[in-house]
Design a protein around this ligand. Structure first.
Ligand code: NAP
Length: 354
């Protein structure tokens, strides 16, 4: 069935490549671009994911099916990237190994992230793409530093001389490689990097993305107490919006842009907000925080806490003020995001409430 979305005569017709369209953030980027009137090509690793992706996008908005094309490409191989970028004005390079699957080794994770960025950038430069927006991460900004009270900003870089976990190391090395490539071999192609903090928000389909595991675990009652750490949060729809702004706004080129909706919140504060927002549906959400020494001890044995060990006792406070000031970005309050996240996880059957 072909559906048509509203397009005004002055809507600029541009072709945008979004890498990894089956992912949580990328699927929202595809949706935001279609709604803004751009034509979209997206890559997946598994062609079998195309029908579900199309269905979830059609459920969210009305668009002509021909405006979206889906192609196959893997960050670990050259095949497919030249075709993926051909004719594109812009690229949003969102795909990267995340905590969805545990990589065989830290080296493998770094290689897929960094070499993948270079593959995409090389292909984009050769295809005369105007600007690439790289989805970096707070992980490339705020790890490996001593405790501090001031929020992290775009001036900060993760300190790789410290013990930084593989995912954050992969994002830092990938972003550094991207800036170096564009400076030395970019041929005038522009780069902007977006750095989301902890991303939550509704899912477009019955997916269980890694970044919603904390909220899902709270709703499921999987843990009786919250792990002790604090981070800034941001809505996935606002992350997608910031990608589109970073793509088109002349002021965004050459910049790093933190996507943060505000001051950091401890997980236990998030749990309380979930209870306030969701009432009975949040009956299993914990109300207390695990004391730090206990969490540290348990993290030696308990796999979920072990995965959180680098975060325990930390406060990852980051500000999105630069994007608000210079790009007119307006992230929504996190309380609303939490309510929408819970509604969507319940509606798609990812969690059963009560
Ligand atoms: P996600 O749902 O797990 O999406 C990751 C995407 O990357 C998927 O589309 C995945 O494809 C793709 N991918 C992974 N390895 C790949 C490879 N070797 N070749 C091609 N594609 C590959 O996670 P997400 O949260 O949306 O993350 C998207 C981006 O945002 C990542 O760059 C991540 O580092 C960044 N980020 C996320 C957060 C957060 O809190 N969610 C915060 C900061 C930054 P498959 O579907 O085939 O696996």
């Amino acid at each position: 069935m072909t559906r048509t979305s509203p397009r005004t005569p002055d809507t600029p017709r541009t072709q945008v490549l979004v890498t990894g369209g089956s992912g949580f953030i990328a699927s929202w980027c595809v949706l935001a671009l279609l709604e803004a009137g751009h034509d979209v090509r997206t890559t997946v690793r598994d062609a079998g994911r195309e029908p579900a992706l199309r269905d979830s996008l059609h459920a969210a908005t009305d668009f002509d099916d021909a405006r979206l094309t889906v192609v196959r490409a893997d960050l670990r191989a050259d095949d497919g990237w030249a075709d993926a970028v051909a004719g594109c004005d812009y690229v949003l390079h969102v795909a990267s190994p995340t905590l969805r699957t545990v990589p065989d080794s830290a080296e493998e994770m770094v290689a897929a992230a960094r070499d993948g960025v270079l593959r995409v950038l090389r292909a984009a430069r050769d295809a005369k793409v105007r600007r690439v927006v790289l989805t970096s991460a707070f992980g490339a900004v705020g790890y490996g530093h001593p405790p501090r009270t001031a929020p992290f900003t775009e001036e900060d870089w993760t300190n790789l001389d410290a013990a930084v976990p593989p995912y954050q190391r992969s994002k830092t090395l990938a972003e550094r490689a991207a800036w170096q490539f564009v400076a030395e071999e970019g041929g005038g192609m522009e780069l902007a990097a977006v750095h989301p903090v902890a991303v939550i928000g509704p899912v477009l389909g019955p997916d269980d993305p890694p970044s919603l595991r904390a909220v899902r675990g709270m709703l499921d009652g999987a843990a009786p107490m919250c792990p002790p750490f604090a981070t800034s949060w941001v809505d996935v729809r606002d992350v997608a919006d910031l990608h589109v702004r970073a793509m088109t706004d002349p002021a965004a080129a050459g910049g790093r842009w933190l996507a943060s909706a505000g001051r950091s919140l401890r997980l236990v504060e998030v749990a309380r907000m979930l209870r306030e927002q969701c009432g009975e549906r949040a009956a299993k959400v914990p109300t207390r925080e695990l004391p730090l020494p206990v969490a540290r001890l348990l993290s030696r044995f308990e796999p979920k806490l072990r995965a959180l060990r680098p975060q325990l006792g930390q406060d990852f406070d980051a500000t999105g003020a630069k994007a608000e000031r210079l790009l007119g970005w307006r992230p929504r309050p996190i309380g609303r995001t939490l309510a929408d996240t819970a509604d969507s996880l319940l509606a798609h059957g990812v969690v059963r409430g009560g």
